[in-house]
Design a protein around this ligand. Structure first.
Ligand SMILES: O=C(O)CCC(=O)C(=O)O
Length: 269
C-alpha cells in the first residue's frame, strides 16, 4: 500500500485494535451519498414484502438466493477505494467481500438489533471480519444508532448468546454473559455518508427507532483471505431469524490473494 492510499493515522489503527471499532474522519462524496439514497429507494420498492432491516446480500444485482432483489450501487460502494483502503489498513491486504446488508429502520417502527457478536452467526474460520457500516441517513440515539461495547472484541472471546423470544427483532439471539458490562456501551452517532468499522468479536446492537426519522445504514462485510468461508459449517437456514444461504453466497476477492482455498465461483451467474 503506498502512502497516498493510507486513509487512517497510526493512532486510528491503534484505536481500532484496542477498542474493536473506529469512526474514521472521512465521508463519501455528496454524489455517492445521493446515489446510495436513490438505491435505497429502489430496493425498498423492489422488496416490498420484506422488512427493510432484513435486506440481506443487497449488493447482488438480481433476485439473490436469499430472496432479496439487490442493486449494483451497493456493490460499487463495497468496491469504493475510500472504504477498502481503511479496511486494508486494519485487516491487511488480502480482502474478500462476503456480505452486505441494508439495515433500514423506518421512522416510528424500526426494529431493535439485540446486543450480539457477529461471529455467533457466521461460517468463517478462523473467525475474522471487518464490517464497514455506512450511514445513509443521519444515525443518532433518537433513531436507533448502533451502540458498541468498546474492547469487548479483545482476546477473541465468543460470549454466550441466548435465543431472544421477543417478536420484531432484527436478529433472534442476544449476548447473555456475566462477563459483559453493558453499562459501558457507547452510541456510534454518524452523519450521512460517514462510516464506522467494527471487528467480528465486538459486542454491539441497536435500539428500536421510535422517532419520526428513518435510519438507514448499510453493513459491508470483508474477511481476510487467509480465513475460509466454510460452506459446510452453516448452510442455508433461518437461524438468525431470516433466510441466509451461505452454501451459495458469492465471494469476491477485492484485493490481494486468496490464501485459504475459498470458492470464489459459487453463486456467480
Ligand atoms: O444497523 C444496525 O443497527 C446493526 C448492524 C449490525 O448489527 C452489524 O452491522 O453487524
Amino acid at each position: 500500500m503506498n502512502m497516498t492510499n493510507m486513509k487512517l493515522s497510526s493512532s486510528e489503527i491503534r484505536q481500532y485494535h484496542e477498542d474493536g471499532y473506529l469512526i474514521p474522519k472521512l465521508s463519501l462524496s455528496e454524489l455517492k451519498l445521493s446515489e446510495l439514497k436513490q438505491a435505497v429507494e429502489r430496493v425498498l420498492v423492489a422488496n416490498r414484502g420484506i422488512r427493510p432491516e432484513h435486506l440481506i446480500s443487497v449488493h447482488i444485482d438480481r433476485l439473490n438466493d436469499e430472496g432479496v432483489r439487490g442493486d449494483q450501487t451497493f456493490f460499487e460502494l463495497a468496491s469504493n477505494p475510500l472504504i477498502l483502503d481503511c479496511v486494508e489498513q486494519v485487516m491487511g491486504p488480502d480482502i474478500i467481500l462476503w456480505g452486505c446488508q441494508l439495515f433500514c429502520k423506518p421512522g416510528s417502527d424500526g426494529m431493535e438489533v439485540p446486543m450480539h457478536q457477529d461471529g455467533n452467526y457466521w461460517p468463517i474460520r478462523p473467525l475474522a471480519t471487518c464490517t464497514a457500516w455506512i450511514a445513509i441517513d443521519e444515525s443518532s440515539l433518537e433513531n436507533g444508532c448502533m451502540t458498541v461495547l468498546p474492547g469487548s472484541h479483545r482476546d477473541g472471546i465468543s460470549y454466550k448468546h441466548r435465543k431472544d423470544e421477543r417478536e420484531n427483532l432484527v436478529l433472534n439471539q442476544k449476548v447473555e454473559d456475566e462477563r459483559v458490562r453493558f453499562e459501558q456501551c457507547i452510541p456510534l452517532e454518524l452523519d450521512p455518508g460517514c462510516f464506522s468499522l467494527h471487528d467480528v468479536h465486538l459486542v454491539h446492537g441497536s435500539a428500536t427507532n421510535s422517532s419520526d426519522r428513518r435510519r438507514a445504514g448499510v453493513a459491508i462485510r470483508y474477511m481476510p483471505a487467509d480465513s475460509l468461508f466454510d460452506r459446510n459449517l452453516k448452510k442455508t437456514g433461518k437461524g438468525a431469524g431470516y433466510l441466509v444461504n451461505y452454501a451459495e453466497r458469492p465471494l469476491w476477492l477485492m484485493r490481494g490473494k486468496d490464501r485459504a482455498g475459498n470458492d470464489l465461483e459459487i453463486g456467480h451467474l
